[in-house]
Design a protein around this ligand. Structure first.
Ligand SMILES: [Zn+2]
Length: 416
C-alpha cells in the first residue's frame, strides 16, 4: 500500500514547531499554530468538513461514517505536532535516501554525523526501503510528524475508499506534548470517542500499552547563612546538606544509568543552590504505582537523616504527581488493545509489545477517560540529529489505522 504519508511528512518537518517550557502561552509557540492551521485546511480539503482549531491549539476532525454506520461509537487517532525543544528544530532539511543498501548515511551539513547500520540494529532491517533523515544540523521531527502524516494519509485513503465500511473516526492533533502539557486542555467529551490510539511509537509492529507511573519530588534544604569569615559554629550550609543527600541516594538498580526494562528509578535532575536554601528535584519512576510510595519513602528518610546530623537545618519535601501507568486503565478495556493487535496482524506483522520507559499523552488521556494505547509511527533515535524514519514503515502505520477502523466496525456491529 502506497500512501501520501511521505510527501506530507517531508512538508510538515520544514515547519519549526518546537515547544517551549518557559512560555506561558497556549500553545507555547506560534510555529505549532502554523502547522495546526495548515492541518485544518488539509483536512477540510479532504472532505472532513468539521475540522476546527480550538482556542488551546487542538485540531479535531471527523472522518464521517460510511453508509448506515453513523450510529456506531467513534474511535480516535491522535498525534502531536510539536518537536523537542532540546534540539535545533528550525530549517530542517529532510533527505530521502532511496533504496537503502546498508551503507553509512553521511549527513551532508555535518559530515561527522553518520547513521550506521552497525550502531542501529533497526536500520539494518530496512534494506531496500527509503530512509528519511535530517541533514546533520537538526532533529528530523519524525517524533511526531510521522504520526501526523500517517493519520492525514489514512483520512485521505478512507475518504477515497467509501467501500471500506467504518463508523465515525475522530482525529486530533495536539500541541506541547514534549514538555508534558499535551493533555492539559484536551476536551475528552468533545472528542467523543470510546477509545483512541496515539501514533507516536518506534519501529513497525510496536504496540505500547504500559508506561511508567511518575512523580516529581522537590526536596528543599534550609540552612543558615552568615559572613563566612565569622561563621564558625553558626553557619549551616544548605549546599552541603544537598550534596550529602544526593550522595546517599541509591545508585545500583535505582538510577536511570543502571536500570532498564521493568526497573524503576530515582533520578536527581535539577539543583537550585544557595547557602541559605538549596532545592533538589528528583524524578521518581516505576511501572507499579504503589512502588512510587516506597521510593518516595527512601527520599524522605535520607533527607531527614541528613538534617538530623546538622543542628539548625530543616527540610521540606513536596511530591507532585506527573502521570500514571496507562496499563491500569487499559486492563479494564481489553478490546482496545486486542483491536490494535488484530490490526497489526492484518497488516502482516506480529505485534511487538514493550513497556515505555516514559509517558505519552495516552498515559494521561487514559486516566481522563479515553483509553489510549500507543502505536508505532516508525520513529527512531528520538530527539537526536540521527533521527530517522522509513517511508515504508509510515505506509505500514497507515495500513494499521485503516485496519483498526475495520476491526472496530466488525466488533461494534456485533454489539449493536
Ligand atoms: Zn512523541
Amino acid at each position: 500500500m502506497k500512501t501520501s504519508a511521505l510527501a506530507r511528512f517531508l512538508h510538515y518537518v520544514t515547519i519549526d514547531t518546537r515547544s517551549d517550557e518557559r512560555s506561558a502561552t497556549v500553545p507555547t509557540t506560534p510555529g505549532q499554530l502554523v502547522l495546526l492551521r495548515q492541518l485544518v485546511a488539509e483536512l477540510r480539503g479532504l472532505g472532513l468538513e468539521d475540522a476546527v482549531l480550538d482556542e488551546f491549539g487542538y485540531v479535531m476532525a471527523t472522518i464521517p461514517a460510511t453508509a448506515s454506520l453513523a450510529h456506531l461509537p467513534a474511535i480516535g487517532f491522535i498525534a502531536h505536532v510539536d518537536t523537542s525543544p532540546e534540539m535545533p528544530g528550525d530549517g530542517v532539511r529532510p533527505i530521502v535516501h532511496e533504496r537503502y543498501d546498508g551503507r553509512d548515511l553521511v549527513l551532508p551539513d555535518d559530515p561527522a554525523v553518520v547513521l550506521r547500520a552497525s550502531e542501529n540494529p533497526a536500520l539494518a532491517q530496512q534494506i531496500g526501503h527509503d530512509i528519511v533523515t535530517a541533514s546533520g544540523l537538526t532533529l528530523l521531527g519524525a517524533d511526531d510528524k510521522a504520526g501526523v502524516a500517517e493519520i492525514v494519509a489514512a483520512a485521505e485513503y478512507l475518504m477515497a475508499h467509501p467501500e471500506i465500511p467504518h463508523g465515525p473516526v475522530r482525529l486530533a492533533f495536539t500541541p506541547d506534548e514534549e514538555i508534558g502539557r499535551g493533555a492539559d486542555h484536551f476536551d475528552v467529551a468533545r472528542f467523543g470517542a470510546v477509545c483512541a490510539y496515539t501514533l507516536d511509537g518506534g519501529g513497525r509492529g510496536e504496540l505500547e500499552i504500559e508506561s511508567f507511573s511518575a512523580d516529581a519530588v522537590t526536596v528543599t534544604f534550609r540552612g543558615f547563612n552568615t559572613h563566612p569569615g565569622y561563621a564558625k559554629g553558626r553557619m549551616v550550609n544548605a549546599i552541603r546538606l544537598a550534596a550529602d543527600f544526593i550522595a546517599r541516594l541509591p545508585r545500583e538498580d535505582t538510577s536511570p544509568e543502571t536500570t532498564e526494562g521493568y526497573q524503576g528509578y530515582l533520578h536527581p535532575y535539577q539543583v537550585e543552590a544557595s547557602v541559605d536554601r538549596t532545592s533538589v528535584k528528583v524524578l521518581v519512576r516505576d511501572f507499579v504505582t504503589g512502588a512510587l510510595k516506597e521510593k518516595e519513602a527512601i527520599v524522605e528518610r535520607l533527607a531527614r537523616e541528613v538534617v538530623a546530623a546538622h543542628p539548625g537545618a530543616s527540610v521540606d519535601i513536596v511530591v507532585d504527581e506527573s502521570y500514571r501507568n496507562m496499563r491500569e486503565v487499559l486492563e479494564r478495556h481489553p478490546r482496545v488493545v486486542d483491536a490494535a493487535r488484530a490490526a497489526i496482524r492484518r497488516a502482516g506483522m506480529e505485534p511487538i509489545e514493550r513497556p515505555i520507559r516514559g509517558g505519552t499523552d495516552g498515559s494521561r488521556l487514559s486516566f481522563m477517560g479515553l483509553p489510549t494505547p500507543n502505536l508505532f509511527a516508525g520513529e527512531h533515535n528520538f530527539h537526536s540529529r540521527l533521527e530517522w524514519v522509513s517511508a515504508q514503515d509510515m505506509d505500514k502505520a497507515v495500513e494499521v489505522i485503516v485496519h483498526l477502523c475495520t476491526v472496530w466496525t466488525e466488533s461494534l456491529i456485533t454489539d449493536h
